[in-house]
Design a protein around this ligand. Structure first.
Ligand code: GLU
Length: 289
């Protein structure tokens, strides 16, 4: 069990935790790995931080496998993640939730947005979007392009939809992150209308994560800082669907010697259950930096 770290974490965040408990509200946190590969040192940091924050607040901690994008999910990876978490001593509340089983919920949310006139089909290829945006100003840090709104007023003649996008307002969405501080993003200028569903099937992460966080009653989202840039989109969707906005804590990402975020793409090593204590110690030290 990572309990050895709990007291230290609770001491570090005593004021925040006391204020939360005084408010008499329940805390629900979660860890939401995508089964695109095994857990690595970076995912352990997110798991440990969200577990510590939930337990230090006397809260519930849920485990959700984000296998919404079937083709990107690696067979066996979800089981391996669950086994590794168990062997590292993590204990979650309730059943593990799999996004692949929740399509009906995403569909219902999508239909609500569509009925409100906020969704439209888009025929643009990545190439076409790249051609119509200028230079690096058109890029989000994940490599996504700021959508210029080409299909907003209707599909061009003879073109079939490739994706469904949600209209975003020319407005700033701001939030106070417990670690990263105040963040704000103008969705129209910095993101553009974004994809909720690809025509060939999968629901987009942005929609699925929002629907699940809302339906699971998540009050605190603790995850890696690489997702800071997604948060404004998620707040916008939560509000558009009439759901409460959780609090956010984005913890620094773990990088390799080249300064790249650990991920499957950067060939991060799988966690070694034989080196459990050293791996947990390293994750804890990362959080204490
Ligand atoms: N499934 C996402 C990932 O593994 C995390 C989603 C989240 O915590 O909101 O990067």
């Amino acid at each position: 069990m990572p309990h050895a770290y709990l007291d230290a974490w609770a001491r570090r965040h005593a004021a925040r935790i006391a204020a939360w408990r005084a408010g008499g509200r329940a805390y629900v946190g979660r860890f939401a790995p995508s089964p695109t590969g095994p857990l690595h040192a970076g995912s352990l940091v997110a798991a440990l931080a969200s577990w510590l924050d939930a337990r230090a607040h006397g809260g519930r901690w849920l485990l959700r496998i984000e296998d919404v994008d079937g083709p990107r999910s690696v067979p066996g990876a979800a089981d391996a993640i669950i086994r590794t978490l168990r062997s590292f001593g993590f204990d979650w509340d309730g059943e593990v939730v799999f996004q692949s089983a929740r399509g009906a919920l995403y569909q219902a949310a999508f239909e609500r947005l569509r009925a409100a006139g906020q969704v439209y089909p888009c025929a643009c290829t990545r190439r076409e979007i790249a051609d119509s945006v200028e230079g690096s100003r058109g890029h989000l840090s994940g490599g996504d392009l700021v959508y210029p709104g080409t299909c907003r007023a209707g599909l061009p003649d003879g073109r079939a939809p490739r994706a469904w996008r949600v209209r975003v307002p020319d407005a700033e969405f701001a939030f106070i992150d417990a670690m990263a501080g105040r963040r704000a993003q103008n969705l129209a200028r910095e993101v553009g209308d974004f994809v909720l569903k690809r025509a060939d099937g999968p629901w987009a992460y942005q929609l699925a994560v929002v629907v699940d966080d809302a339906y699971q009653g998540v009050t605190h989202v603790v995850r890696g800082a690489d997702l800071l840039e997604s948060t404004a989109r998620q707040i916008y969707l939560l509000q558009a669907l009439g759901h409460a906005v959780p609090r956010y804590v984005h913890v620094p990402v773990v990088t390799n010697a080249q300064g790249e975020k650990l991920s499957k793409q950067t060939r991060a090593l799988a966690l070694d259950p034989q080196a459990r204590d050293a791996e947990l110690e390293a994750a804890w030290r990362h959080l204490c930096r």
